[in-house]
Ligand binder design. Sequence first.
Ligand SMILES: NC(=O)c1ccc[n+]([C@@H]2O[C@H](COP(=O)([O-])OP(=O)(O)OC[C@H]3O[C@@H](n4cnc5c(N)ncnc54)[C@H](O)[C@@H]3O)[C@@H](O)[C@H]2O)c1
Length: 341
Amino acid sequence: MSQPWRVGITRDILDSRGEPAFGRRALALLDAPGIEWEYLPTVVPAVDADHAARYDALYVNTARVPAGAVGRADCRLKVVARHGVGYDSVDVPAMTAAGVVVTNTPSAMPRPVATIALTFVLALAGRLMTKDRLTRTGRWHERMDNMGLGLTGRTLGVVGAGRIGKELLRMAATLDLKLVATDPNVDAVTLGYLRTEKVDLPTLLGAADFVVVCCLLDAGTHHLIGAPQFAQMRPDAYFVNVARGPVVDEPALVAALQQRRIAGAALDVFEQEPVDPANPLLTMDNVIVTPHSLCWTDECFHNMASTGLKSIVDALSGRVPEFVVNREVLEHARVKPWFAR
Ligand SMILES: NC(=O)c1ccc[n+]([C@@H]2O[C@H](COP(=O)([O-])OP(=O)(O)OC[C@H]3O[C@@H](n4cnc5c(N)ncnc54)[C@H](O)[C@@H]3O)[C@@H](O)[C@H]2O)c1
């Protein structure tokens, strides 16, 4: 009998009880004939050449996958599956050069991340955190001075109408909000189907009661929102970022909030993560903060794990996985015959 395929799962996906944070259900995918799996023996900041010599596929959470992991002649690694959308922790060019397929789990994220954007909008509009504090601190009678913002007819502006942005627009349409979006790569017709008007960024900033950043981070969007953009927002408008911290010039956001040039903000992401405990955003009562994990739910993690583990089973079975990050690797001499079987 031929040797079973060996799959390693990095231990950084286990919770404090030693259980997979994504639940056990998705692990059933690995109960496939010819597959053996185990957690790596220890938590490692990065996988190395010994791991690559032991496993045919690795399911990685935060552990990095550097070029050195695939440099040795005894490398049997064929697949690196990332639990998540981002793959900056994986040296993708090195994997491509070594003939290792890299996969991610983008289909698992739009609903959970759109949900947190909407959660932030609803919490800001209802002044949820403020009213929670009033109730706990004996300030019940101050509620008259803390009126919320009704959403009907108000304007939601989405910066970046990709998978997450579109899902947010779809969900927000049920709230009778007026929807506007800016995205250089999404046309007006596509947005029209989502009852959304395509506008440029300055128009969006001037019109929106809620500006929600959902775009990707790259050289073109780094500090896309800075002092000039906050100056274009209305003083009664709220700012939400669920994408990546560096899309926003954080000192400019702090200044805009301190000078009350905008009404408030809700942030799941920061320029520096984990966030510096001295960051002034943490002490502002008109700011809601969460540790880049508001979208972590049983649904989100199960969807990620079932997509990611399925991509491993597919690849080891000779089927091209649905979400391959480095598609050019499919032409690699080590990979092409594999999928042509
Ligand atoms: N908070 C979280 O836990 C979490 C989870 C998943 C993803 N994210 C972030 O959300 C981002 C978006 O995810 P996605 O799945 O929608 O990605 P996506 O690639 O489908 O969409 C990104 C969109 O940004 C647009 N864009 C590029 N430049 C722009 C610009 N200058 N102005 C406006 N839009 C611009 C692109 O055209 C694209 O449509 C990811 O890149 C990631 O950084 C955050």
